[in-house]
Structures are given as C-alpha cells and as structure tokens.
Unconditional design. Structure first.
Length: 294
C-alpha cells in the first residue's frame, strides 16, 4: 500500500491535479488497501474515469481500459484467435508436411483483450483496470464479470488457465443509465461522484488550467453552476467546464461577454434544444447573475 493515510492520498491526488473530497478519497484508499474493485456512479463528465487515469499516473501503473457497450462478448473483452494468421500458418505447414492443428493454438496466435491483459500483467505488476460505463453493457456481461472478480482467472481451453498473481486495481464506472445488479455491487466498494460545489470546481479548474485568468475562471464556474439550476436535457459536467474555459483562454478572453458566450455554448451544451433554451433573454439573465456575484 503506497499511502499511509487518507490525507496522504488526498494530497497526492491534488498534486496530480485531481481534487477529491474526503469521502471519495476514503473510498479510493480502502479500495487500494483492501484490494477490492471500486464502483463509481454519477452523471457523465463529473470525473469518474479521470480517477483511474490519475491513479495510473500516481502509482506509475499501466492503465488498461475496457469501454463498455451493448453486445460485449468474449472476443472483445478476453481473447480471440488470430484466424488470418492461423490460416497462413496452416498453409505454410501443409506445404512443409508439418502438423498444423497443435501449433496454431499457441500464445503467439492469441489476440489478448483488456481482461486477459490485466490478468497477465498482474503476474509482473498489477495494472489499473478501468471498466468504463458498465451500464452500457448487457446484464450477461455483468454475470461473467462476477466470476472474474471472484477468482481472477481465465480458462483458455487450448492453452489452460491464466491466474492473476495479484489482482489488478479495478475501477468500474457507471452513468446510471440502468441499475447495476446487486451481486456486482456487493463485490465492490461504492462511491457516488456528484457535481462539485462551486469552490471545489473552481479548485479543479485552477489545478487543470493554471494559465486561465482568475476572474474568467470564477465567472465560468459560476455560469456553469447557474446552468445546472435549469431544466436542461443534459447538464454540463466538470469536463465541459474545463473544455469551455480552455476554449475561452485560446480566444484570449479575460471575462464573459454575451456574444462570445453565445458563440461558444457548444462547448458546454451538447443538445440543440438546450442551446436554444439558454440563448437570448435567458443568457442575458444568467450573465447578470454571474457578474453580480463576481
């Protein structure tokens, strides 16, 4: 365990530009100490995936990412055979009079997918395994994952069983578009990652974009917080705050101006209906509030 205390971990995360509150830091600390997967739920763009990336940098570990989607199967998550290469090998061996069947089912013909990579790498040094947006995958994938998280081994019929010497550090994220099965949750520690308070988001912005004008950064964060009070189809996350501020910095802005805000709404709002709702009188009112509080 590289960190002696929760405070030490929190400080280390901050040094790597990830501002985590006490409860989230505690969940990460316990996941590392107990060697249990950490399930992070919350809205898109609040920094769940970034936790895995930051831990990889912080611990100097390889990050292996499995991006989930509907229809995941063994060939996309564990392994598949390189059929084209196998066919070429068969033809070559037949021309030489050799025996093809045994030789083509060996590790050199195996295409390793993220879960097998994580187990194999753990034999040397456990990597960070990020299972991203598991709510997009099918329930069948969850059922398979239960077995893997329990035993940390994979059986390949033609080769044998590959076991993890030490389990990888596992971060599972969900945007909660559907409920995750209780059986999977029981195998994990859990943390909810919410939209940050204004002061915390301002600290995140300053850590990630230190060259931004301080007045502009405060206005941007305040404006995004005002947007989150509206009845929008998709509220902007921290990722959108950072993207928007970066865009404004590249445009050499030092304060929010209505014309520039209107032109750059696509950096923070991703649906035309939301942009249309915010433009015009609503935008002017939001800017008045932000400038009045600034």
């Amino acid at each position: 365990m590289p960190f002696a205390s929760i405070d030490e971990l929190q400080a280390a995360l901050a040094e790597h530009a990830y501002i985590a509150d006490r409860s989230l830091t505690t969940a990460i600390f316990l996941a590392l100490r107990m060697e249990k997967p950490l399930l992070l739920e919350g809205e898109a763009g609040v920094g769940k995936t970034e936790i895995a990336k930051t831990l990889a940098r912080l611990l100097d570990r390889h990050l292996i990412r499995l991006q989930c989607y509907e229809g995941l199967d063994v060939s996309t998550t564990i392994y598949e055979w390189n059929y084209a290469r196998q066919i070429l090998q068969i033809r070559m061996l037949e021309s030489q009079g050799g025996e093809a069947i045994k030789s083509i089912f060996s590790p050199e013909f195996l295409i390793k997918r993220p879960l097998l990579q994580a187990i194999e790498e753990s034999l040397v040094r456990p990597p960070i395994l990020l299972i991203d947006e598991i709510d997009r995958a099918d329930a069948e994938f969850e059922a398979f994952l239960l077995e893997l998280l329990s035993d940390w081994q994979i059986s390949i019929p033609e080769i044998g069983t590959v076991r993890a010497a030490n389990p990888p550090i596992v971060i599972i994220t969900s945007n909660r578009t559907r409920e995750i099965h209780d059986a999977l949750k029981r195998r994990c520690l859990f943390a909810w990652v919410d939209y940050p308070a204004l002061d915390k988001e301002l600290a995140i912005v300053r850590a990630r974009i230190p060259d931004a004008d301080a007045h502009l950064a405060r206005q941007v964060v305040a404006f995004v917080h005002e947007l989150r009070r509206l009845d929008l189809y998709k509220l902007p996350g921290v990722a959108e705050t950072l993207d928007w501020l970066t865009a404004l910095v590249r445009m050499d802005q030092t304060a929010l101006v209505q014309d520039v805000v209107e032109d750059t709404l696509g950096a923070i709002l991703k649906y035309q209906e939301d942009i249309a709702q915010v433009r015009g009188p609503q935008l002017a009112e939001l800017l008045r509030r932000v400038q009045g509080n600034g």
